[in-house]
Design a binder for this molecule. Sequence first.
Ligand SMILES: NC(=O)c1ccc[n+]([C@@H]2O[C@H](COP(=O)([O-])OP(=O)(O)OC[C@H]3O[C@@H](n4cnc5c(N)ncnc54)[C@H](O)[C@@H]3O)[C@@H](O)[C@H]2O)c1
Length: 299
Amino acid sequence: MGINDGRVAIVTGAGRGLGRAHALALARQGASVVVNDLGSAASGEGTDASPAEQVVAEIEAMGGKAVIDTSDAASWDGAQRMVDTALEKLGGLDIVVNNAGILRDRMLINMTEDEWDSVTRVHMKSTFAVTNRAAQHWRAQSKAGNQPQARVINTTSHSGLYCNVGQANYAAAKAGIASFSIVAARELIRYGVTVNAIAPRATTRMTEGLRQWDEEAMKMRDPDWVAALVCWLASPEAGEISGRVFEAWGYGITIAESWQHGATAEASLDPAELGPRIAEIHAKSRKNAGIDIGDELDP
Ligand SMILES: NC(=O)c1ccc[n+]([C@@H]2O[C@H](COP(=O)([O-])OP(=O)(O)OC[C@H]3O[C@@H](n4cnc5c(N)ncnc54)[C@H](O)[C@@H]3O)[C@@H](O)[C@H]2O)c1
């Protein structure tokens, strides 16, 4: 018995890295999976069906059920196709894992329009498009008196939450996904849909070579640690958890608390009066959180 027995999942970007780990973990826990992957390079160029085909073959080899989808997850038609494939070929839809992503890092002063547009499009639009298309189905089910136990798990990033230099496009997209997830959680709960986000840390082609890790750290950076959390969040047991952002890797699972109200100053219509008031609340308020627990940065 698996914790997702009989359920149907869509995983975007499931041909490699974290998405592959999510798809395999969901299948091991009894879910049938639409394995979506465009098969692009890490920077988003090109297409290749073979990564998704391999994951489908791996799931079938373990006795599970999977179908391939090679749509661009950020296209409206592609998102609809994934939902239709889940319903028509796998008999339902319970879980969406929005994971597809690319990187085009650059200091913002040198960043091109295309580097901005492509990165924000793949991350943010795919998350919105697949969630929107799936939510149409879940709302119809709910209105028909068949309340779903549906789950959306989105992928944000430490870069988005804690603001990495050199990743303005990626960080903006990932921060957008974190906020989107909380809005979606608030809107969709009435239809039996929970929405959470994960900020993973794992060694994949996206992150390999960025830094040297020792053997212990490499074990903790195995995508399977993240996939286990995704699998649990996808299960019926996780119905009470929605609108949360989880930092996830082998070292532990941390809840990223949202923006918080800091100190307040009296407002003024005269800008000349504001200096000392702003200095006071600047001194009183917490600094921006850094990427590691306990770090505080200015700015
Ligand atoms: N690896 C990490 O430490 C880390 C950290 C934070 C966030 N993330 C996020 O996790 C997700 C997975 O990253 P990864 O590290 O596994 O990278 P990866 O490059 O190994 O995998 C990403 C997959 O997404 C697919 N993809 C790209 N654009 C697509 C599109 N438009 N439609 C469908 N598929 C598409 C690629 O073909 C690839 O197989 C991404 O959203 C990434 O930003 C990863």
